[in-house]
Design a protein around this ligand. Structure first.
Ligand code: PXP
Length: 243
């Protein structure tokens, strides 16, 4: 199973002071050396963490593993992606006032727009994933857009309060992962995953990659980024019997 390390919140700390440290590109290199399989970043419309210059520097620095650019499906972002050419783009919904991405992309209601949008990215050699809720209607719509993959939103699972609710959300993720894989999509997952809740999701064999940011960066304050990445990967592989 693969781990995509999301480095946004290294830039969040830097932007708190609008200075040049900590440098998210340095973080990406440390994560790469610690066994990350991919570097994920979100260039938001309001540039609250990752900046345009970071994206250019990331593209120059990260050569051994793929770059996964999360972005809203806007014309501005499409131009940047085609220019930078990350190996993958993950399309996400974006609202200015939200603290973090809330809910998946409503692929169903923007199917035709996305079909055209995705074909332009793919013509430029970029593979495309759609960040969606674990919902069959959204998976069917994703297939119709020509996307290569879906990333299932694990936020409801992560936020579930009771064990019963958690179990219900986990079953929903499992069902969606099986359904999406059967339809020929690659299946990834992410959002709100931590050292304590990652293993049941990692154990879903249809999911081949997790993208994790906040918890890794938060814990790196105490254990260092290298160990924070290694520990997360170890927990994931243990859960699948791959270690
Ligand atoms: N996957 C997607 C599509 C996201 O938008 C985010 C948050 O930027 C993540 C994964 C990582 O979420 P977290 O920071 O909660 O681990």
């Amino acid at each position: 199973m693969k781990l995509g390390v999301n480095i946004d919140h290294i830039a969040t700390v830097r932007e708190a002071r609008k200075t040049d440290e900590p440098d998210p590109i340095k973080g990406a290199l440390i994560a790469q050396d610690a066994g990350a399989d991919q570097i994920t970043f979100h260039l938001r419309e309001d540039r609250r963490h990752i900046q345009d210059e970071d994206v250019i520097r990331l593209r120059c620095a990260i050569k051994k593993i793929p770059l996964n650019m999360e972005m809203a499906p806007t014309e501005e972002m499409k131009k940047i992606a085609i220019d930078i050419k990350p190996e993958r783009v993950t399309l996400v919904p974006e609202k200015r006032e939200e603290i973090t991405t809330e809910g998946g992309l409503d692929v169903y209601s923007m199917k035709d727009y996305l079909k055209q949008y995705i074909s332009e990215l793919k013509e430029n050699g970029i593979s495309v994933a759609l960040f969606i809720d674990p919902d069959e209607k959204q998976i069917d719509a994703s297939v119709e857009t020509g996307a290569d993959a879906v990333e299932l939103h694990t936020g409801e699972y992560a936020n579930a309060f009771s064990d019963t609710e958690k179990k219900k959300e986990l079953e929903r993720l499992k069902r969606a992962a099986v359904y999406a894989k059967d339809k020929g999509l690659k299946v990834f997952a992410g959002h709100g995953l931590t050292y304590t809740n990652v293993q049941p999701v990692a154990a879903i064999m249809e999911i081949e990659e997790l993208n994790i940011g906040h918890s890794i960066i938060a814990n790196s304050i105490f254990m260092g980024l290298d160990e924070a990445v290694r520990l997360m990967k170890r927990l994931m592989l243990q859960a699948r019997g791959e270690l």
